[in-house]
Design a protein around this ligand. Sequence first.
Ligand SMILES: *[C@@H]1O[C@H](CO)[C@@H](O)[C@H](O)[C@H]1NC(C)=O
Ligand SMILES: *[C@@H]1O[C@H](CO)[C@@H](O)[C@H](O)[C@H]1NC(C)=O
Ligand SMILES: *[C@@H]1O[C@H](CO)[C@@H](O)[C@H](O)[C@H]1NC(C)=O
Ligand SMILES: *[C@@H]1O[C@H](CO)[C@@H](O)[C@H](O)[C@H]1NC(C)=O
Length: 607
Amino acid sequence: MAKGWLVWMSLLASLAIAEQPSAPKPIAAPIRPLPWGQLNFLQTTDTHGWLAGHLQEPQYSADWGDYISFAERMREKADAIGVDLLLVDTGDRIEGNGLYDASDPKGKYTSDIFKGQDIDIICPGNHELYQIASGAREYDVTVPNFKGKYIASNLDYIDPKTGEQVPMAQRYRKFTTKNQGIRVLAFGFLFDFTGNANNTVVQPVEETIKEQWFQDAIREKVDLFVVAGHVTLPGREYKAIFRAIRSQNWDTPIQFFGGHSHIRDFHKYDSKAYGLQAGRYMETIGWMSIEGIKKKSGEIEESQSSAGISFERRYIDNNLFGYHYHTGLNATTFPTDHGLNISTSIYKARQALDLDHNFGCAPKDLWMSRAPYPSEDSLYTWLENEVVPDVVVNPERKDVPTLAITNTGAMRFDIFKGAFTRDATYIISPFVSKYRYIKDVPYESAKRVLTIINNAGQVLSTPELDFSQLAPPEQLSIRTSPSPSPPSYQPNNNNLQSPLLSSPNHPHLLPGYTTKDDGGDEGDDTLHTPITFYRVPNVIQSALSLPADHDPDVVDLVFIDFIEPWVLAALRFTGQGYGASDVAVYRNETLTELMAKWIMKNWGKDC
Ligand SMILES: *[C@@H]1O[C@H](CO)[C@@H](O)[C@H](O)[C@H]1NC(C)=O
Ligand SMILES: *[C@@H]1O[C@H](CO)[C@@H](O)[C@H](O)[C@H]1NC(C)=O
Ligand SMILES: *[C@@H]1O[C@H](CO)[C@@H](O)[C@H](O)[C@H]1NC(C)=O
Ligand SMILES: *[C@@H]1O[C@H](CO)[C@@H](O)[C@H](O)[C@H]1NC(C)=O
């Protein structure tokens, strides 16, 4: 009893400065202030369940409770100076972290934690829709949690009781801001996604914008349109929406918020239309400020001069050092009771799920894209050469020559040297994908599948079978990036323990985001040195039990179930007409379970 009380007290003491008790303390770094305007926004996107923050990286170590305190303090500041602050979230809130994935049912804890934040505009991402259960949770739990705020402009739900197709949520939201009286009309879109389970219906954006309700909405007299969406900023969907709104409103400002590709980005559509995208995984909180919005009085529009409006952005590193700096508060004055409460809920959920349980100690860092592939520091080389040949093999087929193909997007994050926890298994590989196979595929065809999927993707890609979906989402930006090097996005993990000795003349910067976007190169709030980024292929291949001295006639072609349509398309391209009925289960365990099994067997527990 007494012991329990002490543990509880020390927990409360450590939570009094918030962030999770095991999170590394933030490190001081040179930081740029936030530009404030008449109307300001905080954006999150692609949080993927990382509501506990990053427990191995100090620059992203604040948790969702700290973000709640931050938003509450920033709202107080906005009220004090008479401007407005709105919060936006653009989807992919789930899948990718033990806090969401390890519970049964998935999301048992995260829904309540997430709803602690008072979000003004929230919309769905593709990840909410892959599974029947997650689509249903969206309709049954998230939409009511954010009643009046959740917008689904192009998404319907099929009610399992009636079989009826109904809007997932309202199509748009019209409201007036509290302090400035700005009239806002907001949409909430999802890109033209086709991989959803059969209980949701995604309407292509290009069709939605022809519908009467949308055509009526863009004719409403408002001071600002906000287009929130799980859509990349330069994507064709946003181009179409931009053109549609501009066709009716030649100078009404439009603020887009994007997501999906996991990068920090800021995009100019015209001098009065900009878009912001706030990265991924609770690393980044996006800040947007607009100054010079003209309020149209009734039906009579005031002078339509385009002078005077300005859009500014910042990418806030999610840590307490920055939160204190931007609010002008300190460890005592910053946290709100509500924020602390949510930090405690996160801690309790992580305990209940035993997320710190150690499966084994990673002997070194293994990188998705901060090391070249192939190389000894590449996560993919490790998977291809060590994990797959050892644990993926089906015992009944173990001596059969086999080619096993895994898509690189099946891995979502780096492995850091040190404890590989239950949490990490979901962080690295949150999917429920399993290996399937086709037996006795002619080797001459099977051996070409890897190359076809990696190289002929652009040629074979269709909207339904987009080969770029197979690599990690961060790589989506490469195709649209004007320069050969994409915006850098990867966090740093070096020198975590070394204090930052910073002086104005000689700052020692940590490697991290150094974003270049349509606004220039001063968007990051925290100054970093850049990180080198390497491209990865769409898929990797492990060859098992191949004879050393000759080519086999036929092989088992093994692949992760997610990529089945692409594998069948590649086989058709080689002249082999296999169909879904030729595909059988190869392993019953998920890739995540197989990886954890390999780690328990091969990495020691004493870190
Ligand atoms: C949707 O898919 C599930 C599982 O794949 C299946 O059981 C169900 O019958 C399908 N429903 C419809 C309406 O097609
Ligand atoms: C925090 O700020 C308050 C008010 O300015 C001040 O009284 C207090 O001493 C500060 N606390 C710390 C830990 O710096
Ligand atoms: C904190 O959480 C408790 C229990 O969940 C709740 O009763 C209380 O109202 C919360 N307080 C705040 C300020 O959110
Ligand atoms: C997978 O599980 C099913 C049902 O339990 C079983 O019939 C089948 O043999 C298993 N397949 C493999 C490859 O383990």
